[in-house]
Design a protein around this ligand. Structure first.
Ligand SMILES: C[S@@+](CC[C@H](N)C(=O)[O-])C[C@H]1O[C@@H](n2cnc3c(N)ncnc32)[C@H](O)[C@@H]1O
Length: 433
């Protein structure tokens, strides 16, 4: 397919997403099924165009003065890909399979460059109803924070230190040109260009042998800040597919006991194969059963309870740009209620002198600092660790990390703009001894 034909396809997919209010992944899959002639390179490029357009949906529509899929793609090419009017004209030439030529109105709009007159939620590319909640956390910086969340995310890998070191993994993956991550000591970062396909990491021998996992650097750091030590009794209460569990197990060097559970047994299911592949031996998976408390025997026993809480995922908008536009106030209040339930459960599992570590991939105060303030009111025996003390597991990177994150009495917040990671909030709460 020509670059122009790919643009036509991306406009069609965006129109489908809009018309049928469906997730981008579904629309892209359907497009692939009905255009079997398209190669994997074409599909990847079309997906890249669709996701980039979704990332910049509001600002692109503003630039063009209308919210149509075509306008959003045009705006994205100018704002995100930096194409000038001449280059865009060449792509939109009305040729076979190419989008129709630019109108005079589109030419005039594309000749403008800035978004000076745009309101914050448009310039920052996030839903208008989230402007106040984001202003509460970031103040005037919300536009810049939003812009950083509207960029493509890199591919981050965590080297499994139970199976080898970072130098060896980097050498095994040298064809991907990985760089060492800035904060996470076992992290590798692969930068993927706009037209590039994501590398098939799952097919890499290093992955098959359990030497690497796919995990955002922010998630790696959050697991590290939990401070799990060899010999500890640790509960991963919201283990899901086990991303944090694996990182905690590596920190514990296969010594001690890690219990992994989740409300949803289907989410937990992949953990078994992942643990085996990574060579993790100290994890007991407690599969939930209706009407049975899978952790009843562990009341007040854990040194550390990790709550990787269900949340709105506002910190992961780089990776899920269509979720950004689908998010509704109702989903925020639903998540907040779930967080209360899971935090209260964690409080009953930690021993005197132990810790609860609360993590979200959300940027919103309702799910982060407010949630911790409310927890401490309900459980006065717990107090949050100061951010300056919380960062010590990062060793030499701790001071610079502390300078980069947003800090609160209740914890710290990573964001793409500040730390180059997904957005993660981390709070460590110690229980009185
Ligand atoms: C952010 S995800 C966990 C991701 C996982 N820790 C990882 O690193 O891959 C949140 C998880 O919390 C689970 N969850 C929601 N409510 C819960 C509850 N009351 N108790 C335990 N898990 C819960 C969800 O099923 C979901 O898997």
């Amino acid at each position: 397919m020509t670059p122009a034909a790919r643009l036509s396809a991306a406009i069609d997919v965006l129109a489908d997403i809009e018309a049928r209010r469906r997730p981008a992944t579904d629309a892209l899959k359907d497009w692939g099924l009905s255009h079997r002639f398209a190669g994997s390179g074409d599909r990847a490029a079309i997906a890249g165009l669709v996701y980039d357009a979704l990332r910049r949906k509001a600002s692109a529509a503003h630039l063009l003065g209308e919210p149509t899929p075509r306008a959003v793609v045009l705006g994205m090419l100018a704002l995100d890909r930096g194409l000038d009017l001449e280059k865009i004209e060449k792509l939109f030439d009305g040729g076979r399979f190419a989008p129709s030529p630019l109108t005079q109105g589109e030419r005039t709009a594309l000749a403008r460059t800035g978004l000076e007159d745009a309101p914050a939620h448009v310039a920052g590319d996030y839903p208008e109803w989230l402007d106040l909640p984001l202003a509460r956390v970031f103040g005037d910086d919300r536009v810049e924070e939003g812009r950083a969340l509207a960029h493509r995310a890199p591919l981050d890998l965590r080297v499994n230190t139970l199976a080898g070191d970072r130098d060896a993994a980097a050498a095994a993956l040298s064809h991907l040109k990985p760089a060492f991550t800035r904060w996470a000591p076992a992290g590798l970062r692969v930068t993927i260009g706009a037209e590039q396909k994501s590398p098939p990491v799952h097919a890499e021998p290093a992955y098959i042998k359990g030497q690497i996992e796919i995990q955002d650097e922010g998630s790696q750091v959050a697991a590290l800040l939990a401070g799990a030590r060899p010999g500890d009794q640790v509960i991963d209460l919201c283990a899901g597919g086990g991303g944090k569990t694996l990182a905690l197990a590596a920190a514990m060097e296969n010594k001690g006991q890690l219990y992994a559970t989740d409300l949803d047994m289907r989410r937990l299911a992949p953990i078994h194969a992942r643990l085996e592949r990574a060579g993790v031996r100290d994890v007991q998976v407690r599969t939930p059963r209706p009407g049975v408390d899978a952790l009843a025997d562990l009341a007040e026993r854990a040194d550390l309870v990790v709550v990787d809480a269900p949340c709105t995922g506002t910190g992961t908008w780089r990776r899920n740009p269509d979720a950004k536009w689908r998010m509704r106030p109702g989903s925020l209040s639903e998540r907040v209620a779930q967080q209360v339930t899971v935090l209260d459960r964690a409080a009953g599992l930690v021993r005197p002198g132990g810790r609860v570590v609360y993590v979200t991939c959300s940027l919103l105060a309702d799910e982060n600092t407010d949630q911790i303030q409310a927890f401490v009111t309900r459980h006065p025996g717990f107090s949050p660790v100061r951010p300056a003390d919380l960062v010590t597991p990062l060793g030499a990177a701790a001071a610079a990390f502390l300078d980069s994150v947003l800090t609160f009495p209740e914890g710290l917040l990573m964001t793409p703009r500040r730390t180059g990671t997904d957005g993660f909030f981390v709070s460590v709460l110690t229980r009185e001894g």
